[in-house]
Unconditional design. Structure first.
Length: 193
């Protein structure tokens, strides 16, 4: 077969940056203006929808959990009280501190109660929960006060040096699968029993 120049005949024409090349069988666009305004608008809308979805899925649950913890802590701080009706006092030898805790009418899940005992500028933290070992007598059946209930707890403070002068309580609430320590709800200056 003989190769002729007609086989390689290329017809070229210019019309608005479009070139047709018969050898390649198609059109090639030489427009270098970029994407159109419609495509750009659609891309911006898709990026915005993706960003909102990411925020909705990741940030909103985190914020709502913190808001729930804050709300429950506000309830707990207002509902857990350290009473001063003769049962919140210290033993004259300093070995024990007796506290009376009251849970008012609002219902929430009280997980623990932190008891902060102050002596000589130092504070020691004790926890009252179902597995507490710092209460007297050790191994006694411990339960936190229920709704509209008051309980007296005796804490072994024999390892604290100095004169015990103050006690504070801070509720610990259950929020989902975690525990949240709330602010101090009550403070009492201790007298001898």
């Amino acid at each position: 077969m003989e190769v002729t120049s007609e086989m390689f005949h290329v017809e070229k024409f210019q019309s608005k940056n479009i070139q047709r090349n018969f050898m390649k069988g198609g059109y090639m666009v030489k427009n270098k203006k970029g994407i159109s305004a419609i495509v750009a608008t659609v891309l911006i809308i898709l990026i915005t929808v993706a960003a909102v979805t990411i925020i909705w899925a990741a940030v909103i649950p985190m914020i709502s959990n913190k808001l729930e913890a804050g709300t429950v802590c506000l309830d707990a701080v207002s509902q857990i009280q350290l009473l001063d009706e003769g049962y919140t006092c210290r033993a004259s030898n300093g070995d024990n501190v007796s506290i009376q805790i009251k849970h008012l009418a609002k219902s929430f899940e009280l997980a623990d109660v932190q008891v902060l005992v102050s002596a000589g500028g130092d504070t020691t933290v004790f926890e009252i929960s179902n597995d507490t070992t710092t209460l007297v007598p050790i191994g006694s059946d411990i339960s936190l006060p229920g709704i509209n209930e008051e309980k007296v707890y005796i804490i072994n403070t024999s390892l604290i040096t100095g004169t015990i002068n103050e006690v504070k309580i801070a509720p610990v609430v259950a929020v989902g699968n975690s525990k949240e320590v709330c602010d101090v709800s009550s403070t009492r200056t201790l007298q001898d029993c």
